[in-house]
Ligand binder design. Structure first.
Ligand SMILES: NC(=O)c1ccc[n+]([C@@H]2O[C@H](COP(=O)([O-])OP(=O)(O)OC[C@H]3O[C@@H](n4cnc5c(N)ncnc54)[C@H](OP(=O)(O)O)[C@@H]3O)[C@@H](O)[C@H]2O)c1
Length: 250
């Protein structure tokens, strides 16, 4: 089943996986009417600007995910565009990976990782709830799905406690484990509202974050995640999935 959303928003779209999402989503058989693509520095986001120049449904929005006032302004801007149609899909993609080991880890990197990787996705999800609920009201679709209303948090297998056999990466691992817990709580709290929430790991991908030794290209990872998103239903609420839809241990 192909993803068929009317409106969606993705954070961190100037590079890497976020940019590839934008590139592939505009080419879907049923592209969204509104694709809100956020990034910190739109003026420098040349590749994103190129996609937006060819696709009028792509709206680039300046957004630093840790800026509380920025969240309010972003929601207002999106609401101005979508009105009573609401927002179908929120993808929390922006994240930071501080490469610190036990010797280097300190308060600053821990706090920054938590702020960007789990506090921001939670606060953004909360801020967009009224628009997600509007999308539920407007949707003729039964059950839970991305087409109706969903929050997808891009997490990491490095946030899996069960899978952690190599240690290190305190800030990133802990912040993604916390994001996983947030995703699970969101799924429980929002299921009665008709909103799906879950966490997806994109695989080890060759981006600035994943580095050149990653096992997947952005194309393959995002293509697979979009297919998975198109097939999600209530059974997948609150799960922790690999990019290919397979479950990952917590
Ligand atoms: N690549 C992998 O192998 C891999 C594996 C597992 C999970 N993931 C997850 O997949 C997602 C995308 O990763 P990626 O590989 O595409 O990473 P990336 O290439 O490093 O891109 C990170 C994105 O996040 C944005 N960002 C960082 N801090 C931000 C902030 N404070 N406010 C707004 N935007 C901010 C960056 O914007 P700037 O350019 O402005 O910094 C950039 O757009 C992340 O959630 C990551 O944890 C990736």
């Amino acid at each position: 089943m192909s993803l068929k959303v009317k409106s969606m928003l993705i954070t961190g779209t100037n590079r890497g996986i976020g940019l590839e999402f934008v590139r592939q989503i505009v080419k879907l058989p049923h592209p969204p009417k509104w694709l809100f693509a956020t990034c910190r520095n739109p003026d420098q986001a040349k590749e994103l600007q190129e996609v937006a120049a060819l696709n009028s449904n792509v709206k680039i929005m300046k957004f630093e995910v840790t800026d509380g006032d920025g969240i309010k302004a972003l929601v207002r801007e999106v609401e101005k565009e979508v009105g009573e149609e609401g927002l179908n899909l929120l993808i929390n993609g922006a994240a930071v990976l501080h490469r610190v080991n036990l010797e280097d880890v300190n308060e600053e990197v821990m706090v920054n990782s938590f702020n960007v990787n789990c506090v921001a996705p939670l606060l953004l999800s909360k801020a967009f709830l009224p628009l997600l609920k509007k999308a539920v009201k407007k949707s003729p679709v039964e059950g839970l799905s991305c087409d109706k209303a969903a929050i997808i948090n891009l997490t990491s297998k490095m946030g899996s406690i069960g899978d952690n056999t190599s240690g290190g990466h305190y800030a990133y691992r802990a912040s993604k484990a916390a994001l996983n817990m947030i995703s699970r709580s969101l799924s429980v709290d929002l299921k009665p509202e008709g909103i799906l929430a879950l966490a997806i790991h994109p695989g080890w991908v060759r981006t600035d974050m994943g580095g050149p030794r990653g096992l997947l290209g952005v194309n393959e990872s995002v293509d697979s995640m979009i297919k998975v998103m198109g097939s999600l239903n209530e059974e997948k609420a609150g799960t922790f999935l690999n990019y290919n839809g397979a479950p990952i241990e917590w």
